[in-house]
Design a protein around this ligand. Structure first.
Ligand SMILES: [Fe+2]
Ligand SMILES: [Fe+2]
Length: 333
């Protein structure tokens, strides 16, 4: 069983209903579930390596930030679906499907991740994450264009999947390795669900392809979001924690994540390829490099402005960035 792509074609041509989509989501979810308590009931971590501990320390905190994003997508999806229902019934079905998946399965699966990493960290001798820190990571997720948030989440899930995959590969302890591997597999599915919803929102003409390109470019551009705490300048956030901006990297820090654990050239290249694939799936536009994506994104802005004004316009290089509201970027994993 696989995550459904081309939802809009199936709704229009094959008479796929919202109920059909919700059942497929449930079936897929049941097929893939695993139990944190079963995994941790009979096994203990033995090899306490500082890099494994640092990886768990970061992952346990990263997973705390998904809940606000899941709530936002669940609430705003239903709200927007109701607003567009008579004008765009197919778009409304897509939004209901995205909102339901977020409320039911995404939140539930991310709860597994939060609990599994937290418990494992404590089994290695760490104190539980302080309550104030837990509460801080529950800061409200900002409102934004739904398609852009789906692409943003696809980017964050990619970030998590690639990083956890690397941690599973390099972990010294077999239990730590197995937990990272199980969670990495969930994150890969999440990335695909977000690609599917972004694609359907574009196909149903709820949002233009430009919005997908904008967010992917914001993420991947030089000094973009994917570089997290390594960016020269951090953006101000209003109460929401972006975990990748909190990654500790200091030389004297026992909890630092090393470049080869999260931001080596090889890992960044993998993340880039994966996100360019999301762009291709969502828009049908294929870009081999970030530079090509930039050109495609700028072209989409020119086309959009032409359509609005009815005249030919040339957008100077750099001006296109203004179209992306960086202050509103925030997400989980
Ligand atoms: Fe997660
Ligand atoms: Fe996830």
């Amino acid at each position: 069983m696989r995550i459904m792509m081309d939802l809009v074609r199936a709704i229009r041509d094959d008479k796929l209903t919202l109920t059909n989509i919700l059942r497929a989501q449930q079936e897929y979810h049941e097929q893939r579930r695993w139990s944190v308590f079963d995994v941790l009931k009979t096994r203990r971590p033995h090899r306490i390596d500082p890099r494994d501990r640092a990886a768990l320390w970061h992952a346990a905190r990263a997973e705390l930030t998904t809940q606000p994003a899941g709530i936002r997508l669940a609430v705003d999806g239903v709200k927007l679906a109701n607003e567009i229902r008579s004008a765009n019934p197919v778009g409304a079905i897509v939004l209901h499907a995205a909102a339901a998946w977020s409320a039911r399965y995404w939140l539930e699966e991310e709860a597994h991740h939060e609990v599994a990493y937290g418990m494992l960290l404590e089994m290695l001798g760490d104190a539980p994450i302080p309550e104030d820190e837990v509460v801080e990571h529950r800061g409200f997720f900002p409102e934004d264009n739904y398609a852009r948030v789906c692409v943003l989440q696809a980017c964050v899930e990619t970030e998590a999947a690639v990083t956890y995959g690397e941690m599973a590969k390099k972990a010294h302890d077999p239990l730590v390795r197995d937990v990272f591997l199980a969670i990495m597999r969930d994150e890969v599915q999440h990335r695909q669900y977000f690609a599917s919803f972004a694609q359907a929102l574009v196909d149903a003409e709820v949002y233009p392809a430009k919005d997908v390109l904008a967010m992917a470019f914001t993420w991947l551009r030089p000094n973009g979001e994917t570089h997290g705490s390594k960016r020269e300048k951090q953006s101000e956030r209003e109460g929401f924690v972006n975990w990748w901006e909190r990654v500790r990297t200091g030389d004297d820090d026992d909890l630092a994540l090393h470049d080869e654990q999260i931001r080596s050239a090889q890992l960044q290249a993998k993340k880039e390829r994966s996100i360019l694939k999301v762009v291709a799936e969502a828009t049908g536009q294929r870009y081999a490099t970030v530079h090509e994506l930039q050109r495609g994104y700028f072209r989409s802005l020119v086309a959009g402005r032409r359509a609005e004004s009815g005249v030919s316009m040339i957008v100077p290089r750099g001006e296109a960035d203004a179209d992306v509201d960086l202050a509103s970027i925030a997400a989980a994993g």
